[in-house]
Design a protein around this ligand. Structure first.
Ligand SMILES: Nc1ncnc2c1ncn2[C@@H]1O[C@H](COP(=O)(O)OP(=O)(O)OP(=O)(O)O)[C@@H](O)[C@H]1O
Ligand SMILES: [Mg+2]
Length: 276
């Protein structure tokens, strides 16, 4: 039986664009005709769950043929303060959602919370592809590496880089699989040339040291925010709002989403089926 290719969105730093990127990847894959499942491991905040619910509501108006939907499952953290019992319960909840979607979908997109917790670690350990959106700031880079303030030399891996290292070990132990880790810079501004350049140099060095690939990210654009309430993404505008005049910046943003998907180099479902 084939199993879905699993894409996890993770970064221990909050607000880096995980949920926004997750929804755009979900829709990009749906629009290519694939069956896509999504899991929200940050069910309390529930951004991806709200996004999916807004989209379902919109699809009732527009018709599901114009607005394809993922099969979405939120997985909530356990309520108990007993850590061992919570871990057992959270693993049960996660595996129930994962097993169902992995067996029935072509791709499975998992959105994690912006902090370290048990559910997030489970999600990471099941990744085939891990996507880490990163705000273009040294504050955000700190979770990937600790840097010398004068020379910007890398002193040691940061907390999130350690977590990915651990997840790679877990994944290898579980099924000898490996995780393709991709870091994408998000909310790039047209200004700030020096900071952007310095971030670029450090990330280049870091990618070799801690083992990730780069993907072109998204620029800072209002359109990435304003479609949330309608449950839409940039890839829906032509079908969902045909009367809308696409601005140049919308076309450029849509291109950024397509380029990200291309850079991920995801296996095709046919390849997934024959590999299993
Ligand atoms: N490229 C972008 N341009 C403009 N705004 C963006 C962009 N990407 C994300 N945002 C905005 O940044 C904020 C954080 O994005 P998002 O909720 O996707 O991040 P997150 O990493 O999932 O956060 P959390 O860690 O809290 O789950 C939101 O207001 C979102 O609309
Ligand atoms: Mg989020």
């Amino acid at each position: 039986m084939s199993r879905a290719h699993v894409i996890v969105l993770g970064n221990e730093k909050g607000g880096s664009g995980k949920s926004t990127t997750a929804m755009h990847l979900v829709v990009a894959l749906l629009r290519q005709g694939y069956r896509v499942g999504s899991i929200d491991l940050d069910a309390r905040q529930g951004t991806l769950t709200r996004y999916a619910a807004n989209r379902s509501a919109r699809a009732i108006v527009l018709g599901a043929d114009r607005l394809p939907l993922p099969t979405h499952v939120p997985v909530a953290r356990a309520e108990t303060t007993d850590l061992a019992a919570a871990a057992v319960e959270e693993r049960r909840r996660f595996e129930a959602a994962f097993d169902e979607l992995a067996a029935t979908q072509d791709y499975l997109v998992i959105d994690c919370a912006g902090s370290d917790n048990f559910l997030g670690r489970l999600g990471h350990a099941h990744a085939d592809t891990l996507v880490t959106p990163l705000n273009d700031s040294f504050v955000d880079l700190d979770v990937l590496a600790l840097l010398d303030p004068e020379t910007l030399a890398i002193q040691r891996p940061g907390a999130y880089a350690e977590l990915v290292w651990e997840s790679r070990k877990q994944r290898a132990l579980r099924d000898r699989g490996s995780i393709d880790w991709i870091v994408m810079r998000n909310r790039l501004s047209a200004l700030d040339a020096r900071n952007k350049r310095e971030m670029g140099h450090v990330l280049e060095k870091l990618s070799k040291r801690i083992g990730f690939r780069f993907a072109p990210g998204f620029s800072e654009r209002v359109i990435f925010r304003e479609l949330f309430l309608k449950g839409l993404t940039l890839l829906d505008l032509a079908e969902a709002e045909p009367a809308r005049q696409l601005k140049l910046s919308h076309v450029a943003a849509r291109q950024e989403v397509r380029m990200l998907l291309e850079a991920l180099k995801l296996p095709q479902p046919q390849a997934l089926a024959s590999a299993s």
